[in-house]
Design a protein around this ligand. Structure first.
Ligand SMILES: [Zn+2]
Length: 625
Protein backbone atom coordinates (compact mmCIF):
# COMPACT_ATOMS: atom_id res chain seq x y z
CA UNK A 1 0.00 0.00 0.00
CA UNK A 2 1.27 3.47 -0.79
CA UNK A 3 1.54 5.73 2.18
CA UNK A 4 -0.67 8.33 0.59
CA UNK A 5 -3.48 5.82 0.29
CA UNK A 6 -3.33 4.31 3.74
CA UNK A 7 -6.58 3.95 5.53
CA UNK A 8 -6.57 4.60 9.21
CA UNK A 9 -7.92 1.89 11.39
CA UNK A 10 -8.53 3.36 14.79
CA UNK A 11 -10.67 2.68 17.79
CA UNK A 12 -10.54 6.21 19.05
CA UNK A 13 -12.88 8.29 16.97
CA UNK A 14 -15.92 6.33 15.94
CA UNK A 15 -17.95 3.42 17.19
CA UNK A 16 -17.88 -0.06 15.71
CA UNK A 17 -19.12 -0.58 12.19
CA UNK A 18 -22.36 -2.36 11.58
CA UNK A 19 -22.32 -5.53 9.65
CA UNK A 20 -24.84 -8.19 8.79
CA UNK A 21 -22.71 -10.92 7.27
CA UNK A 22 -24.50 -14.02 6.07
CA UNK A 23 -23.45 -17.58 5.50
CA UNK A 24 -20.58 -17.90 7.90
CA UNK A 25 -18.48 -14.85 7.07
CA UNK A 26 -16.97 -13.21 10.09
CA UNK A 27 -17.56 -9.70 11.33
CA UNK A 28 -14.60 -7.42 11.79
CA UNK A 29 -14.96 -5.44 14.96
CA UNK A 30 -12.34 -2.78 14.24
CA UNK A 31 -13.77 0.67 13.99
CA UNK A 32 -13.04 1.93 10.55
CA UNK A 33 -12.53 5.54 9.72
CA UNK A 34 -11.59 6.40 6.19
CA UNK A 35 -8.87 8.96 5.67
CA UNK A 36 -10.82 11.19 3.32
CA UNK A 37 -7.92 13.38 2.22
CA UNK A 38 -6.06 10.42 0.74
CA UNK A 39 -8.83 8.94 -1.35
CA UNK A 40 -8.13 8.93 -5.10
CA UNK A 41 -11.63 10.33 -5.48
CA UNK A 42 -13.12 12.46 -2.69
CA UNK A 43 -16.56 10.94 -3.30
CA UNK A 44 -15.59 7.28 -3.37
CA UNK A 45 -14.09 4.87 -0.84
CA UNK A 46 -12.14 3.12 -3.61
CA UNK A 47 -8.49 2.31 -2.85
CA UNK A 48 -5.71 0.50 -4.80
CA UNK A 49 -7.56 -2.69 -5.65
CA UNK A 50 -9.67 -2.00 -8.74
CA UNK A 51 -12.58 -3.76 -10.39
CA UNK A 52 -11.89 -4.40 -14.09
CA UNK A 53 -15.05 -6.28 -14.94
CA UNK A 54 -18.42 -6.84 -13.31
CA UNK A 55 -20.90 -9.65 -13.97
CA UNK A 56 -24.41 -8.95 -12.66
CA UNK A 57 -27.20 -11.45 -12.19
CA UNK A 58 -30.26 -9.52 -11.03
CA UNK A 59 -33.98 -9.90 -10.58
CA UNK A 60 -36.24 -6.87 -10.78
CA UNK A 61 -39.09 -7.28 -8.30
CA UNK A 62 -41.84 -4.71 -8.89
CA UNK A 63 -44.07 -6.06 -6.11
CA UNK A 64 -41.47 -5.36 -3.44
CA UNK A 65 -39.80 -2.53 -5.34
CA UNK A 66 -36.33 -4.01 -5.14
CA UNK A 67 -33.51 -5.35 -7.26
CA UNK A 68 -31.77 -8.40 -5.84
CA UNK A 69 -29.05 -10.73 -7.03
CA UNK A 70 -25.34 -11.22 -7.23
CA UNK A 71 -22.41 -9.27 -8.59
CA UNK A 72 -19.19 -10.95 -9.64
CA UNK A 73 -16.11 -8.71 -9.63
CA UNK A 74 -12.87 -9.33 -11.50
CA UNK A 75 -10.27 -7.48 -9.47
CA UNK A 76 -6.76 -6.17 -10.04
CA UNK A 77 -5.38 -6.15 -6.48
CA UNK A 78 -2.44 -3.82 -7.26
CA UNK A 79 -0.67 -5.10 -4.16
CA UNK A 80 -3.60 -4.57 -1.81
CA UNK A 81 -5.24 -7.30 0.26
CA UNK A 82 -8.64 -5.62 0.52
CA UNK A 83 -11.20 -4.50 -2.01
CA UNK A 84 -13.17 -1.32 -1.29
CA UNK A 85 -16.60 -0.89 -2.88
CA UNK A 86 -19.08 1.95 -2.38
CA UNK A 87 -22.57 1.18 -1.11
CA UNK A 88 -25.40 3.35 0.13
CA UNK A 89 -28.50 1.77 1.65
CA UNK A 90 -27.76 -1.56 -0.03
CA UNK A 91 -28.27 -4.75 2.00
CA UNK A 92 -25.32 -7.13 1.74
CA UNK A 93 -26.34 -10.76 2.23
CA UNK A 94 -23.12 -12.61 1.57
CA UNK A 95 -19.59 -12.25 0.17
CA UNK A 96 -17.57 -15.18 -1.13
CA UNK A 97 -15.08 -16.55 -3.63
CA UNK A 98 -14.93 -19.78 -5.61
CA UNK A 99 -11.97 -21.76 -4.23
CA UNK A 100 -10.75 -25.02 -5.82
CA UNK A 101 -12.75 -26.72 -3.04
CA UNK A 102 -15.91 -24.78 -3.77
CA UNK A 103 -17.56 -21.65 -2.40
CA UNK A 104 -15.73 -20.01 0.50
CA UNK A 105 -17.10 -17.09 2.53
CA UNK A 106 -14.96 -13.95 2.63
CA UNK A 107 -14.67 -11.67 5.62
CA UNK A 108 -16.05 -8.22 5.00
CA UNK A 109 -16.85 -5.10 6.96
CA UNK A 110 -18.59 -1.80 6.51
CA UNK A 111 -17.13 1.59 7.31
CA UNK A 112 -18.88 4.29 9.28
CA UNK A 113 -21.73 5.79 7.26
CA UNK A 114 -20.93 9.22 5.82
CA UNK A 115 -23.35 11.87 4.62
CA UNK A 116 -23.89 11.70 0.83
CA UNK A 117 -21.27 8.96 0.47
CA UNK A 118 -22.78 5.95 2.18
CA UNK A 119 -20.30 3.32 3.30
CA UNK A 120 -17.30 1.35 2.18
CA UNK A 121 -17.88 -2.37 1.77
CA UNK A 122 -14.41 -3.72 2.59
CA UNK A 123 -13.70 -7.25 1.42
CA UNK A 124 -10.66 -9.45 2.21
CA UNK A 125 -9.30 -10.43 -1.18
CA UNK A 126 -8.85 -14.20 -1.61
CA UNK A 127 -5.39 -15.61 -2.30
CA UNK A 128 -5.49 -17.60 -5.50
CA UNK A 129 -8.31 -15.89 -7.37
CA UNK A 130 -9.08 -12.51 -8.83
CA UNK A 131 -12.84 -13.01 -8.49
CA UNK A 132 -15.10 -11.95 -5.65
CA UNK A 133 -18.89 -12.41 -5.38
CA UNK A 134 -21.42 -10.31 -3.50
CA UNK A 135 -25.08 -11.22 -2.96
CA UNK A 136 -27.14 -8.12 -2.23
CA UNK A 137 -30.47 -6.39 -2.53
CA UNK A 138 -31.59 -2.80 -2.83
CA UNK A 139 -33.71 -1.13 -0.17
CA UNK A 140 -36.26 1.67 -0.02
CA UNK A 141 -33.30 4.04 0.30
CA UNK A 142 -32.10 3.36 -3.27
CA UNK A 143 -32.07 6.92 -4.55
CA UNK A 144 -31.07 5.95 -8.09
CA UNK A 145 -34.25 3.99 -8.63
CA UNK A 146 -37.65 5.38 -9.48
CA UNK A 147 -40.43 2.82 -9.38
CA UNK A 148 -43.53 4.05 -11.19
CA UNK A 149 -47.00 2.58 -10.89
CA UNK A 150 -48.84 1.67 -14.08
CA UNK A 151 -50.92 4.84 -13.60
CA UNK A 152 -47.77 6.95 -13.98
CA UNK A 153 -47.00 5.55 -17.44
CA UNK A 154 -48.48 6.37 -20.83
CA UNK A 155 -49.86 2.84 -21.29
CA UNK A 156 -51.22 2.57 -17.72
CA UNK A 157 -51.04 -1.24 -17.74
CA UNK A 158 -47.48 -2.04 -16.66
CA UNK A 159 -45.26 -0.43 -14.02
CA UNK A 160 -41.97 1.20 -14.96
CA UNK A 161 -38.51 1.38 -13.47
CA UNK A 162 -35.60 3.58 -14.39
CA UNK A 163 -32.26 4.41 -12.79
CA UNK A 164 -30.32 7.66 -12.55
CA UNK A 165 -26.79 6.91 -11.34
CA UNK A 166 -25.03 10.25 -11.88
CA UNK A 167 -23.45 11.63 -9.82
CA UNK A 168 -22.97 9.08 -7.02
CA UNK A 169 -26.19 7.09 -6.93
CA UNK A 170 -24.95 3.92 -8.70
CA UNK A 171 -23.88 2.78 -5.22
CA UNK A 172 -27.54 2.73 -4.15
CA UNK A 173 -28.36 -0.11 -6.55
CA UNK A 174 -25.03 -1.88 -7.10
CA UNK A 175 -22.04 -2.29 -4.74
CA UNK A 176 -19.55 -0.53 -7.00
CA UNK A 177 -16.42 1.62 -7.28
CA UNK A 178 -18.41 4.77 -7.75
CA UNK A 179 -16.07 7.46 -9.01
CA UNK A 180 -15.81 8.73 -12.58
CA UNK A 181 -12.12 7.77 -12.60
CA UNK A 182 -12.77 4.02 -12.15
CA UNK A 183 -13.75 2.11 -15.30
CA UNK A 184 -14.84 -1.46 -15.90
CA UNK A 185 -16.65 -3.51 -18.52
CA UNK A 186 -19.76 -5.45 -17.56
CA UNK A 187 -22.20 -8.18 -18.44
CA UNK A 188 -25.63 -8.68 -16.93
CA UNK A 189 -28.45 -11.17 -16.80
CA UNK A 190 -31.65 -9.46 -15.70
CA UNK A 191 -34.96 -11.11 -14.96
CA UNK A 192 -38.10 -8.96 -15.23
CA UNK A 193 -41.83 -9.79 -15.19
CA UNK A 194 -43.09 -11.42 -18.39
CA UNK A 195 -44.32 -8.98 -21.02
CA UNK A 196 -41.83 -6.30 -19.99
CA UNK A 197 -38.58 -5.26 -21.65
CA UNK A 198 -35.32 -4.56 -19.81
CA UNK A 199 -32.69 -2.22 -21.25
CA UNK A 200 -29.27 -1.21 -19.99
CA UNK A 201 -26.35 1.02 -20.97
CA UNK A 202 -25.12 -1.96 -23.00
CA UNK A 203 -26.03 -4.11 -26.01
CA UNK A 204 -29.83 -4.19 -25.98
CA UNK A 205 -32.72 -6.33 -27.24
CA UNK A 206 -35.07 -4.89 -29.85
CA UNK A 207 -38.11 -6.95 -28.86
CA UNK A 208 -39.70 -8.34 -25.75
CA UNK A 209 -38.24 -11.69 -24.65
CA UNK A 210 -40.95 -14.22 -23.77
CA UNK A 211 -39.18 -15.57 -20.66
CA UNK A 212 -38.49 -12.12 -19.20
CA UNK A 213 -34.78 -13.01 -19.03
CA UNK A 214 -32.44 -10.51 -20.72
CA UNK A 215 -28.70 -10.64 -21.35
CA UNK A 216 -26.51 -7.57 -21.70
CA UNK A 217 -22.91 -6.87 -22.52
CA UNK A 218 -20.93 -3.64 -22.30
CA UNK A 219 -17.52 -4.40 -23.80
CA UNK A 220 -16.15 -0.90 -23.47
CA UNK A 221 -15.04 0.10 -19.99
CA UNK A 222 -17.35 2.64 -18.35
CA UNK A 223 -17.44 4.47 -15.02
CA UNK A 224 -20.19 3.69 -12.47
CA UNK A 225 -22.21 6.84 -13.13
CA UNK A 226 -23.00 5.41 -16.57
CA UNK A 227 -24.57 2.23 -15.17
CA UNK A 228 -28.20 2.35 -16.20
CA UNK A 229 -31.29 0.22 -16.41
CA UNK A 230 -34.84 0.76 -17.53
CA UNK A 231 -37.73 -1.71 -17.40
CA UNK A 232 -41.15 -1.16 -18.92
CA UNK A 233 -43.63 -2.11 -21.58
CA UNK A 234 -41.49 -0.87 -24.44
CA UNK A 235 -41.17 -0.97 -28.19
CA UNK A 236 -38.22 -0.34 -30.47
CA UNK A 237 -38.18 1.61 -33.73
CA UNK A 238 -35.03 1.93 -35.87
CA UNK A 239 -34.18 5.48 -36.99
CA UNK A 240 -31.13 4.70 -39.11
CA UNK A 241 -28.44 2.10 -39.54
CA UNK A 242 -26.89 2.65 -36.12
CA UNK A 243 -29.64 4.59 -34.35
CA UNK A 244 -33.04 3.79 -32.89
CA UNK A 245 -35.60 4.72 -30.27
CA UNK A 246 -37.35 2.85 -27.45
CA UNK A 247 -40.61 4.14 -26.00
CA UNK A 248 -43.99 3.02 -24.79
CA UNK A 249 -46.28 2.14 -27.72
CA UNK A 250 -48.34 5.29 -27.07
CA UNK A 251 -45.29 7.50 -27.68
CA UNK A 252 -43.26 5.60 -30.25
CA UNK A 253 -44.63 7.34 -33.39
CA UNK A 254 -44.24 10.78 -31.90
CA UNK A 255 -40.73 9.96 -30.68
CA UNK A 256 -39.66 8.46 -34.02
CA UNK A 257 -40.82 11.64 -35.77
CA UNK A 258 -39.15 13.94 -33.26
CA UNK A 259 -35.79 12.17 -33.37
CA UNK A 260 -35.68 11.38 -37.08
CA UNK A 261 -32.49 13.46 -37.49
CA UNK A 262 -30.45 11.35 -35.06
CA UNK A 263 -28.51 9.38 -37.67
CA UNK A 264 -27.63 12.66 -39.43
CA UNK A 265 -26.44 14.07 -36.11
CA UNK A 266 -24.28 11.01 -35.53
CA UNK A 267 -22.68 11.42 -38.95
CA UNK A 268 -22.16 15.15 -38.34
CA UNK A 269 -20.52 14.43 -34.98
CA UNK A 270 -18.15 11.86 -36.48
CA UNK A 271 -17.21 14.30 -39.21
CA UNK A 272 -16.10 16.82 -36.60
CA UNK A 273 -14.35 14.73 -33.94
CA UNK A 274 -13.80 11.23 -35.32
CA UNK A 275 -15.38 7.79 -35.16
CA UNK A 276 -18.19 6.92 -32.75
CA UNK A 277 -16.76 4.38 -30.29
CA UNK A 278 -19.89 2.69 -28.92
CA UNK A 279 -21.28 0.73 -31.91
CA UNK A 280 -24.96 1.72 -31.64
CA UNK A 281 -26.64 4.95 -30.50
CA UNK A 282 -30.17 4.32 -29.25
CA UNK A 283 -32.43 6.36 -27.00
CA UNK A 284 -35.29 5.64 -24.65
CA UNK A 285 -38.10 8.07 -23.91
CA UNK A 286 -38.87 7.85 -20.19
CA UNK A 287 -41.97 8.93 -18.27
CA UNK A 288 -42.17 12.68 -17.46
CA UNK A 289 -40.88 12.23 -13.91
CA UNK A 290 -37.33 11.67 -15.25
CA UNK A 291 -35.36 14.36 -13.35
CA UNK A 292 -33.14 15.48 -16.25
CA UNK A 293 -33.48 16.44 -19.89
CA UNK A 294 -31.30 13.56 -20.88
CA UNK A 295 -28.69 11.22 -19.46
CA UNK A 296 -25.86 10.09 -21.67
CA UNK A 297 -25.92 6.42 -20.68
CA UNK A 298 -23.66 4.83 -23.30
CA UNK A 299 -25.44 3.09 -26.19
CA UNK A 300 -28.77 4.14 -24.65
CA UNK A 301 -29.40 7.81 -23.93
CA UNK A 302 -32.25 8.35 -21.45
CA UNK A 303 -34.54 11.20 -22.58
CA UNK A 304 -37.33 13.21 -21.01
CA UNK A 305 -40.62 13.22 -22.96
CA UNK A 306 -40.73 17.01 -22.40
CA UNK A 307 -38.65 17.47 -25.55
CA UNK A 308 -41.34 15.88 -27.73
CA UNK A 309 -42.44 19.31 -28.99
CA UNK A 310 -43.92 17.95 -32.23
CA UNK A 311 -41.70 20.12 -34.43
CA UNK A 312 -38.19 18.76 -33.72
CA UNK A 313 -37.32 22.12 -32.18
CA UNK A 314 -35.84 20.79 -28.94
CA UNK A 315 -33.56 18.14 -30.37
CA UNK A 316 -30.38 20.05 -29.51
CA UNK A 317 -30.74 17.96 -26.37
CA UNK A 318 -30.13 14.83 -28.44
CA UNK A 319 -27.08 16.49 -29.99
CA UNK A 320 -25.92 17.14 -26.42
CA UNK A 321 -26.34 13.56 -25.21
CA UNK A 322 -24.78 12.25 -28.42
CA UNK A 323 -21.80 14.59 -27.97
CA UNK A 324 -21.23 13.00 -24.56
CA UNK A 325 -20.25 9.83 -26.46
CA UNK A 326 -16.94 11.70 -26.91
CA UNK A 327 -16.76 14.27 -24.10
CA UNK A 328 -17.63 12.47 -20.88
CA UNK A 329 -18.12 8.88 -21.90
CA UNK A 330 -14.87 8.53 -23.87
CA UNK A 331 -12.75 11.15 -22.10
CA UNK A 332 -14.15 11.38 -18.59
CA UNK A 333 -13.75 13.99 -15.88
CA UNK A 334 -11.40 12.48 -13.29
CA UNK A 335 -13.52 13.61 -10.34
CA UNK A 336 -16.72 15.66 -9.99
CA UNK A 337 -14.49 18.69 -9.30
CA UNK A 338 -13.59 18.51 -13.01
CA UNK A 339 -17.22 18.27 -14.14
CA UNK A 340 -16.80 21.15 -16.59
CA UNK A 341 -14.57 18.88 -18.69
CA UNK A 342 -17.63 16.69 -19.26
CA UNK A 343 -20.26 19.38 -19.68
CA UNK A 344 -18.48 22.44 -21.09
CA UNK A 345 -16.98 20.33 -23.88
CA UNK A 346 -20.33 18.67 -24.51
CA UNK A 347 -22.19 21.96 -24.83
CA UNK A 348 -19.48 23.19 -27.20
CA UNK A 349 -19.73 19.99 -29.28
CA UNK A 350 -23.57 20.04 -29.14
CA UNK A 351 -23.61 23.53 -30.70
CA UNK A 352 -21.11 22.46 -33.36
CA UNK A 353 -23.37 19.53 -34.29
CA UNK A 354 -26.40 21.85 -34.47
CA UNK A 355 -24.43 24.27 -36.61
CA UNK A 356 -23.50 21.38 -38.91
CA UNK A 357 -27.04 20.07 -39.38
CA UNK A 358 -28.66 23.53 -39.32
CA UNK A 359 -26.59 26.72 -39.55
CA UNK A 360 -24.52 29.20 -37.57
CA UNK A 361 -27.46 31.43 -36.76
CA UNK A 362 -29.25 28.47 -35.17
CA UNK A 363 -26.23 27.58 -33.04
CA UNK A 364 -25.91 31.22 -32.00
CA UNK A 365 -29.46 31.27 -30.69
CA UNK A 366 -28.53 28.33 -28.48
CA UNK A 367 -25.35 30.11 -27.38
CA UNK A 368 -27.23 33.29 -26.49
CA UNK A 369 -29.82 31.42 -24.46
CA UNK A 370 -26.89 29.66 -22.80
CA UNK A 371 -25.34 33.02 -21.96
CA UNK A 372 -28.61 34.09 -20.35
CA UNK A 373 -28.58 30.87 -18.29
CA UNK A 374 -24.99 31.55 -17.28
CA UNK A 375 -25.72 35.10 -16.15
CA UNK A 376 -28.71 34.00 -14.15
CA UNK A 377 -26.70 31.16 -12.53
CA UNK A 378 -23.89 33.55 -11.56
CA UNK A 379 -26.50 35.92 -10.17
CA UNK A 380 -28.07 33.12 -8.09
CA UNK A 381 -24.77 31.73 -6.80
CA UNK A 382 -23.19 35.17 -6.25
CA UNK A 383 -20.50 36.54 -8.55
CA UNK A 384 -17.74 35.89 -6.02
CA UNK A 385 -18.89 32.40 -5.13
CA UNK A 386 -16.37 29.57 -5.44
CA UNK A 387 -19.15 27.58 -7.05
CA UNK A 388 -18.76 29.82 -10.10
CA UNK A 389 -15.21 28.53 -10.65
CA UNK A 390 -14.85 25.97 -13.40
CA UNK A 391 -12.62 23.85 -11.17
CA UNK A 392 -14.81 22.99 -8.20
CA UNK A 393 -14.14 22.05 -4.58
CA UNK A 394 -16.82 19.55 -3.73
CA UNK A 395 -14.94 17.63 -1.03
CA UNK A 396 -17.31 17.01 1.86
CA UNK A 397 -20.30 18.10 -0.21
CA UNK A 398 -22.82 16.35 -2.39
CA UNK A 399 -21.32 16.41 -5.91
CA UNK A 400 -24.80 17.16 -7.18
CA UNK A 401 -24.19 20.70 -5.81
CA UNK A 402 -21.66 21.20 -8.61
CA UNK A 403 -24.08 20.35 -11.39
CA UNK A 404 -24.93 23.94 -12.23
CA UNK A 405 -24.90 25.93 -15.47
CA UNK A 406 -21.36 27.04 -14.63
CA UNK A 407 -19.86 23.73 -15.81
CA UNK A 408 -22.04 23.81 -18.92
CA UNK A 409 -22.06 27.42 -20.04
CA UNK A 410 -18.94 28.98 -18.53
CA UNK A 411 -17.15 25.87 -19.83
CA UNK A 412 -18.68 26.42 -23.27
CA UNK A 413 -17.67 30.08 -23.42
CA UNK A 414 -14.09 29.32 -22.41
CA UNK A 415 -13.80 26.80 -25.25
CA UNK A 416 -15.43 29.26 -27.64
CA UNK A 417 -12.96 31.92 -26.55
CA UNK A 418 -10.05 29.60 -27.31
CA UNK A 419 -11.58 28.62 -30.66
CA UNK A 420 -12.08 32.27 -31.65
CA UNK A 421 -8.49 33.03 -30.67
CA UNK A 422 -6.67 30.17 -32.41
CA UNK A 423 -9.12 29.61 -35.28
CA UNK A 424 -11.52 26.76 -35.82
CA UNK A 425 -9.27 24.48 -37.86
CA UNK A 426 -6.41 24.23 -35.35
CA UNK A 427 -8.93 23.97 -32.51
CA UNK A 428 -10.74 21.07 -34.19
CA UNK A 429 -7.47 19.28 -34.89
CA UNK A 430 -6.52 19.68 -31.22
CA UNK A 431 -9.88 18.37 -29.96
CA UNK A 432 -9.95 15.47 -32.40
CA UNK A 433 -6.54 14.35 -31.15
CA UNK A 434 -7.63 14.99 -27.55
CA UNK A 435 -10.54 12.55 -27.90
CA UNK A 436 -8.44 9.98 -29.75
CA UNK A 437 -5.41 10.07 -27.46
CA UNK A 438 -7.45 9.99 -24.27
CA UNK A 439 -10.15 7.49 -25.25
CA UNK A 440 -11.48 5.46 -22.31
CA UNK A 441 -9.31 7.50 -19.96
CA UNK A 442 -9.92 10.15 -17.37
CA UNK A 443 -8.84 13.77 -17.46
CA UNK A 444 -8.15 16.28 -14.72
CA UNK A 445 -8.50 20.01 -15.23
CA UNK A 446 -4.74 20.38 -14.73
CA UNK A 447 -3.87 17.71 -17.34
CA UNK A 448 -6.16 19.41 -19.80
CA UNK A 449 -4.54 22.80 -19.22
CA UNK A 450 -1.09 21.22 -19.66
CA UNK A 451 -2.21 19.68 -22.95
CA UNK A 452 -3.63 22.99 -24.05
CA UNK A 453 -0.33 24.76 -23.38
CA UNK A 454 1.83 22.08 -24.93
CA UNK A 455 -0.28 21.41 -28.03
CA UNK A 456 -2.39 24.42 -28.92
CA UNK A 457 -1.53 27.78 -27.43
CA UNK A 458 1.62 29.57 -26.36
CA UNK A 459 2.27 30.66 -22.77
CA UNK A 460 1.75 34.26 -23.90
CA UNK A 461 -1.66 33.46 -25.38
CA UNK A 462 -2.54 31.53 -22.25
CA UNK A 463 -1.94 34.72 -20.29
CA UNK A 464 -3.68 36.93 -22.85
CA UNK A 465 -6.81 34.78 -22.71
CA UNK A 466 -6.62 34.77 -18.87
CA UNK A 467 -7.31 31.06 -18.80
CA UNK A 468 -6.39 30.60 -15.14
CA UNK A 469 -8.89 33.31 -14.26
CA UNK A 470 -11.57 31.43 -16.23
CA UNK A 471 -10.77 28.14 -14.53
CA UNK A 472 -9.83 29.16 -10.99
CA UNK A 473 -11.62 32.48 -10.69
CA UNK A 474 -15.20 33.53 -9.97
CA UNK A 475 -17.88 35.02 -12.19
CA UNK A 476 -17.75 35.65 -15.92
CA UNK A 477 -14.45 37.20 -17.09
CA UNK A 478 -14.99 40.31 -19.21
CA UNK A 479 -13.30 38.79 -22.25
CA UNK A 480 -16.22 36.35 -22.59
CA UNK A 481 -17.08 36.00 -26.31
CA UNK A 482 -19.96 38.19 -27.46
CA UNK A 483 -22.60 36.33 -29.42
CA UNK A 484 -24.79 38.16 -31.91
CA UNK A 485 -28.03 36.72 -33.22
CA UNK A 486 -29.95 38.39 -36.04
CA UNK A 487 -32.86 36.13 -35.25
CA UNK A 488 -33.05 37.32 -31.67
CA UNK A 489 -32.78 40.95 -32.76
CA UNK A 490 -35.98 40.44 -34.77
CA UNK A 491 -37.63 38.94 -31.68
CA UNK A 492 -36.54 41.85 -29.50
CA UNK A 493 -37.91 44.38 -31.93
CA UNK A 494 -41.25 42.50 -32.14
CA UNK A 495 -41.43 42.50 -28.35
CA UNK A 496 -40.69 46.22 -28.16
CA UNK A 497 -43.39 46.98 -30.73
CA UNK A 498 -45.85 44.93 -28.73
CA UNK A 499 -44.92 46.73 -25.51
CA UNK A 500 -45.88 50.06 -27.05
CA UNK A 501 -48.82 48.99 -29.23
CA UNK A 502 -50.29 46.17 -27.15
CA UNK A 503 -51.25 44.52 -30.43
CA UNK A 504 -50.41 40.81 -30.18
CA UNK A 505 -51.83 40.11 -33.63
CA UNK A 506 -49.13 42.32 -35.16
CA UNK A 507 -46.31 40.07 -33.90
CA UNK A 508 -45.10 38.32 -37.01
CA UNK A 509 -43.80 35.04 -35.65
CA UNK A 510 -44.05 32.78 -38.68
CA UNK A 511 -41.10 30.33 -38.65
CA UNK A 512 -40.13 31.13 -35.08
CA UNK A 513 -38.62 28.11 -33.35
CA UNK A 514 -38.86 27.27 -29.65
CA UNK A 515 -35.66 29.28 -29.19
CA UNK A 516 -37.14 32.52 -30.53
CA UNK A 517 -40.20 32.02 -28.34
CA UNK A 518 -38.03 31.32 -25.33
CA UNK A 519 -36.07 34.51 -25.95
CA UNK A 520 -39.34 36.43 -26.32
CA UNK A 521 -40.88 35.06 -23.13
CA UNK A 522 -37.70 35.47 -21.10
CA UNK A 523 -37.77 39.19 -21.90
CA UNK A 524 -41.28 39.81 -20.66
CA UNK A 525 -40.83 42.50 -18.01
CA UNK A 526 -42.67 45.07 -15.92
CA UNK A 527 -44.02 46.82 -19.01
CA UNK A 528 -46.07 43.73 -19.82
CA UNK A 529 -49.01 43.97 -17.47
CA UNK A 530 -51.80 41.47 -16.92
CA UNK A 531 -53.84 42.91 -19.77
CA UNK A 532 -50.95 42.44 -22.20
CA UNK A 533 -50.29 38.96 -20.85
CA UNK A 534 -53.89 38.03 -21.57
CA UNK A 535 -53.50 39.31 -25.12
CA UNK A 536 -50.35 37.28 -25.65
CA UNK A 537 -51.94 34.16 -24.22
CA UNK A 538 -55.08 34.57 -26.33
CA UNK A 539 -52.98 34.96 -29.44
CA UNK A 540 -50.29 32.31 -28.84
CA UNK A 541 -51.79 30.01 -26.19
CA UNK A 542 -48.58 29.79 -24.13
CA UNK A 543 -50.46 28.42 -21.11
CA UNK A 544 -51.53 25.31 -22.99
CA UNK A 545 -48.63 25.09 -25.43
CA UNK A 546 -47.55 21.48 -25.87
CA UNK A 547 -43.97 22.74 -25.64
CA UNK A 548 -42.64 22.28 -22.11
CA UNK A 549 -39.81 24.83 -22.55
CA UNK A 550 -42.29 27.52 -23.55
CA UNK A 551 -44.74 26.61 -20.80
CA UNK A 552 -42.09 26.57 -18.08
CA UNK A 553 -40.69 29.98 -19.12
CA UNK A 554 -44.20 31.46 -19.38
CA UNK A 555 -45.32 30.07 -16.03
CA UNK A 556 -42.50 31.91 -14.23
CA UNK A 557 -44.21 35.16 -15.30
CA UNK A 558 -47.78 33.99 -14.73
CA UNK A 559 -46.92 33.00 -11.16
CA UNK A 560 -44.95 36.15 -10.33
CA UNK A 561 -47.42 38.55 -11.94
CA UNK A 562 -50.50 36.81 -10.57
CA UNK A 563 -51.93 35.86 -13.97
CA UNK A 564 -54.40 33.43 -12.44
CA UNK A 565 -55.76 32.06 -15.75
CA UNK A 566 -52.69 29.82 -15.80
CA UNK A 567 -52.86 28.57 -12.20
CA UNK A 568 -54.53 25.29 -13.03
CA UNK A 569 -52.08 24.57 -15.84
CA UNK A 570 -49.13 25.42 -13.57
CA UNK A 571 -50.32 22.93 -10.97
CA UNK A 572 -50.97 20.23 -13.57
CA UNK A 573 -47.48 20.81 -15.05
CA UNK A 574 -45.74 20.61 -11.67
CA UNK A 575 -47.54 17.40 -10.77
CA UNK A 576 -46.88 15.69 -14.11
CA UNK A 577 -43.34 16.81 -14.92
CA UNK A 578 -40.36 15.92 -12.70
CA UNK A 579 -37.58 17.55 -14.73
CA UNK A 580 -35.55 19.53 -12.22
CA UNK A 581 -34.57 22.24 -14.70
CA UNK A 582 -38.25 23.26 -14.88
CA UNK A 583 -39.16 22.58 -11.27
CA UNK A 584 -36.51 24.74 -9.61
CA UNK A 585 -37.39 28.09 -11.27
CA UNK A 586 -41.12 27.44 -10.93
CA UNK A 587 -40.95 26.66 -7.23
CA UNK A 588 -38.68 29.71 -6.81
CA UNK A 589 -41.33 31.82 -8.54
CA UNK A 590 -44.02 30.39 -6.27
CA UNK A 591 -41.91 31.39 -3.27
CA UNK A 592 -41.37 34.86 -4.69
CA UNK A 593 -45.10 35.33 -5.22
CA UNK A 594 -45.94 33.91 -1.81
CA UNK A 595 -42.95 34.07 0.55
CA UNK A 596 -44.84 32.11 3.23
CA UNK A 597 -44.41 29.11 0.91
CA UNK A 598 -48.10 28.25 1.26
CA UNK A 599 -48.84 27.75 -2.42
CA UNK A 600 -45.50 26.08 -3.17
CA UNK A 601 -45.96 23.57 -0.36
CA UNK A 602 -49.56 22.92 -1.31
CA UNK A 603 -48.58 21.93 -4.85
CA UNK A 604 -45.47 20.07 -3.71
CA UNK A 605 -47.54 17.94 -1.36
CA UNK A 606 -49.44 16.63 -4.38
CA UNK A 607 -46.45 16.44 -6.71
CA UNK A 608 -43.59 15.06 -4.61
CA UNK A 609 -44.46 11.39 -4.96
CA UNK A 610 -44.09 11.70 -8.72
CA UNK A 611 -40.55 13.10 -8.55
CA UNK A 612 -37.30 11.14 -8.65
CA UNK A 613 -35.11 11.42 -5.51
CA UNK A 614 -32.73 13.79 -7.35
CA UNK A 615 -35.53 16.33 -7.83
CA UNK A 616 -37.07 15.65 -4.42
CA UNK A 617 -33.78 16.50 -2.68
CA UNK A 618 -33.45 19.82 -4.52
CA UNK A 619 -37.04 20.91 -3.88
CA UNK A 620 -36.94 19.74 -0.24
CA UNK A 621 -33.86 21.91 0.21
CA UNK A 622 -35.43 24.91 -1.56
CA UNK A 623 -38.66 24.83 0.42
CA UNK A 624 -36.83 24.28 3.70
CA UNK A 625 -35.04 27.61 3.28
ZN1 LIG B 1 -24.47 16.86 -20.37
Amino acid sequence: MKASLLILITGLLFGACQNEPGNGSKTEKDSIVMNTSNRPDPHSFTQEARVNHMGLNLKVDFDNKKIAGTAEYTVAANGADKLYLDIDEVKIDKVWWESPDGEKALAFSLSEKETFLGQALIIDLPKGSDKVYVKYETTEGAKALQWLDAQQTAGKKYPFLFTQSQAILARTWIPIQDGPGFRFSYTAIVEVPRGMMALMSASNPTSTVESGLYRFEMKQAVPAYLMAMSVGKLEFRPLGERTGIYAEAELIDKAAYEFAETETMLEAAEKIYGPYAWDRYDMIVLPPSFPFGGMENPRLTFVTPTILAGDRSLTALIAHELAHSWSGNLVTNATWNDFWLNEGFTVYFERRIMEEISDESYANMLALLGHQDLESEVHDLGKDSEDTHLKLHLEGRNPDDGMTDIAYEKGYFLLRLIEEHVGREPFDAFLKAYFKDNSFKTMTTESFLTLLKSKLISSEDYEVLRIDEWVYGAGIPDNCPKVVSDKFEIVESALNDFKSSGNAKAISSTNWTSHEWLHFIRHIDAEINLEKMTKLDNQFNFTHSGNAEIQAAWFEHTIEKGYTNADEAVEEFLIRVGRRKFLMPLYKSLLKADPTGGKANEIYAKARANYHAVSQESIDELLKK
